[in-house]
Design a protein around this ligand. Structure first.
Ligand SMILES: Cc1cc2nc3c(=O)[nH]c(=O)nc-3n(C[C@H](O)[C@H](O)[C@H](O)COP(=O)(O)OP(=O)(O)OC[C@H]3O[C@@H](n4cnc5c(N)ncnc54)[C@H](O)[C@@H]3O)c2cc1C
Length: 524
């Protein structure tokens, strides 16, 4: 039987983070990926026409660039070909009547944008930015510490000492607000309130869910101050560079090799069995980049787990589904609000209540009348992604039910996603057309991924949930994935879990894979 020090199940970016750290420490490491391409939710390719490169799913790599993994391996990743482009017009929102609210890294230009809606909100924006600049140096390190841990406690204590206990408590209270409470406390104009709300829904925070203020606060401010980054040539290039560095450290990876079982002896994980029937031994660790509901009771027999643990696994909740529409365009989107032409992301809800309604409709099993759209204009910042004068468009549709029971607009006869996805994509394109007349005549080709397609492509995207598990407070922070199990260990000795379902959750944060590998090196 072939034997390795560590086997990583799944070549998502977190699996690859563990692989890099362990290989650099001298472990003999094997990565087994079920699909034909590494990267999981971070893949790119010509999804519409030759010469048009699309990020299938994830695109914004800001979290990755702020990670400990990037600090530790950035030089090698760049030597292996990783490059990124930074948009200094990171995001914006569009409103009826052709009005746009773009955010620029240039403070004066952003001020102009906001002033068109409210003079008072210009001062409110500056106040928020000023506070963020004080707080960010203490908040971001927290997201890269294991939780609970002395390191986390120390980082929190440092924040308290530097900012004062009163200020620290105010910051935490703000993070625990719902997105709506947060924006209403800050801004008077409905448009400024609407500008920040969609960021909460990049996770699964509708406007009225406690704890949902965190991501709108961090992402809106961080992108304004530092711009938004995407991988030059498509996000697959980032993953390829990780694989190149891993292999240069002696690591091995096999694609199209799904793991069907974690093998155990005397209660310890000792290797894996693949779909093809191969048995491969792991002497020191098996690291599963696999969401809990697939791992426990799937790859690990439920009978091998304490009943109390398995009951937590069964209660792990996934968020609503996502749909992706990819377009090849003959030219730029003809936004009525011309100022949005180069916003990397344009959010269309348009208002806070529109996001709330789409959330309720999707969670009740209905195709939303008017879903929140995240429109990504990557090719206007990375010219290598489309032929000259042509454009790609990346549209994330938030959110849709996994098993639709009806249509809130009563116009689509509901069936399975394979039957209805093109009709729902038409609704999405029509919505964009309302803000960009003539837009549909520019479409050269399109590819639509339903939530079912997402799940088929990556078993971690259960129900098409783009972030592998709800991030509501009972499943986040030290409760992710379950209370008592947020430090990547499992009840099976030698078996570790990483990925979006573990702390610090979804996104290309490169953190759980990195922290789990550190823990394996220290204690494993
Ligand atoms: C539409 C969409 C848009 C997003 N946009 C962004 C964004 O712009 N920025 C951002 O930061 N985040 C974004 N995210 C979230 C982010 O992409 C994910 O949270 C992140 O990629 C998850 O990484 P992971 O390490 O958990 O592994 P995953 O990406 O889930 O990959 C896991 C891998 O493991 C493999 N695997 C699973 N089970 C097995 C098995 N039994 N055997 C072998 N292989 C197996 C899978 O095939 C997959 O390749 C987006 C996600 C989606 C879906």
């Amino acid at each position: 039987m072939a034997s390795y020090d560590a086997i990583i199940i799944g070549a998502g970016h977190n699996g690859l983070c563990s692989a890099l750290v362990l290989a650099r420490a001298g472990f003999k490491v094997l990565v087994l990926e079920g699909g034909p391409i590494a990267g999981g939710a971070a893949k790119s390719g010509a999804l519409t026409l030759p010469g048009f490169v699309h990020d299938y799913y994830a695109s914004n790599i800001g979290l990755f660039l702020g990670s400990s993994l990037y600090r530790a391996f950035g030089k090698e990743l760049h030597a292996a070909g990783f490059q990124f482009d930074v948009a200094n017009q990171p995001y914006g929102s569009v409103f009826p009547g052709g009005r746009g609210l773009p955010v620029y890294m240039d403070p004066k230009a952003t001020e102009e944008s906001i002033r068109a809606f409210s003079l008072k909100d210009v001062s409110a924006w500056h106040a928020l930015v000023g506070e963020f600049q004080q707080v960010a140096p203490y908040l971001f390190p927290l997201l890269q510490r294991p939780i609970p841990s002395w390191a986390f406690g120390r980082a929190l204590f440092r924040m308290g000492r530097r900012l004062g206990m009163m200020r620290t408590q105010e910051v935490i209270a703000q993070l625990l607000q719902s997105p709506r409470q947060f924006v209403q406390a800050r801004f008077e104009s409905p448009e400024m309130q609407a500008l920040l709300i969609p960021w909460g829904y990049h996770l699964d925070f509708g406007p009225d869910v406690s704890g949902g203020a965190t991501f709108p606060y961090l992402e809106s401010m961080q992108d304004y101050l530092h711009g938004m980054a995407i991988t030059h040539g498509g996000i697959g290039r980032l993953i390829e560079s990780m694989v190149t560095v891993f292999e240069s450290l002696g690591g091995e990876m096999r694609l199209n090799t799904a793991v069907t079982e974690v093998m155990m002896r005397n209660g310890r994980a000792v290797g894996v069995r693949t779909q093809g029937g191969d048995e491969i031994a792991a002497k020191r660790a098996v690291v599963a980049n696999v969401t809990p509901r697939r791992l426990f009771g799937g790859l690990v027999d439920a009978g091998a787990l304490p009943a109390s643990f398995f009951s937590k696994v069964q209660k792990f909740r996934y968020g609503p589904g996502t749909m992706m529409v990819h377009l090849a365009l003959s030219g730029p989107v003809p936004w009525m609000a011309k100022s949005l032409a180069r916003s990397l992301y344009v959010h269309i809800a348009p208002y806070v209540d529109d996001v709330a309604q789409a959330d309720i409709q999707a969670r009740s099993g209905f195709l939303p009348k008017s879903p929140l759209l995240v429109v990504g204009q990557q090719s206007s910042w990375d010219l290598s992604r489309a032929p000259q004068d042509r454009e790609t468009l990346w549209i994330q549709v938030r959110s849709v039910p996994y098993q639709p029971q009806g249509d809130a607009l009563h116009s689509i006869a509901v069936g399975g996603w394979d039957v209805i996805k093109e009709a729902y994509a038409d609704r999405v394109l029509q919505k964009i057309g309302e803000y960009a007349p003539g837009f549909r005549s520019k479409i050269l080709a399109r590819t639509v991924f339903s939530p079912l397609d997402l799940e088929r492509d990556n078993p971690n995207l259960v129900g098409g949930d783009s972030v592998s598990g709800s991030h509501h407070l009972d499943q986040f922070y030290l409760f992710r994935p379950f209370p008592g199990w947020s430090r990547y260990r499992t009840p099976i000795a030698g078996l570790w879990m990483v990925g979006a379902s573990t702390w610090p959750g979804g996104g290309l944060n490169a953190t759980s894979g990195y922290l789990a590998a550190q823990a394996i090196l220290k204690n494993g």
